[in-house]
Unconditional design. Sequence first.
Length: 182
Amino acid sequence: MRVSYNPNYQPSDPPQVGSQHDNGYGSYGSQPGYGSGQGGYGAQSGPVSYGQSAAFGQPVTYGPPMALIRPKPNTLSTWSMWMGIIGLAGGFVCGLVSWIPVIGTLFMILSMFLWIAPILAVIFGHVARGQIKRTGEEGRGQAAAGLIMGYINIVLVLLLIVILVGIVGLGVASGILSSSPY
């Protein structure tokens, strides 16, 4: 609320020297009543402009959001990840389906070629990690996933080979020991 001792004072005039200007905190008894149209919440001192900031004089622009452009991941890291997936999932599926009589032979032939996938996953993963360190490309996680799946698949295949050789060895050894010429 502005109080002025100037009889020609208009509310739209700027504060004059010697006048009392309300600093927003007001005092008891000097506040206008409800609905008096002076001050209060909703009182506007001038036109409201939303398109231009008064402090800097520059228009505020609202446009479409900025497009997020991600760099392309390393190609070998992607291949490493897919070879790891093919090695694990393909070996598991072919192992299960190979028990089916007719289709099983096709999947057994296919599974003979799946041993190369985990080896490729490991090779591609190591080469991709070297390229990523050198060039700063994306794809570190994909290369790591391919390496992990490739090594897991290699360990599982080697473990399966050891178990099969052990079973065959025990069978041969027990057959030789139990068979007598008489």
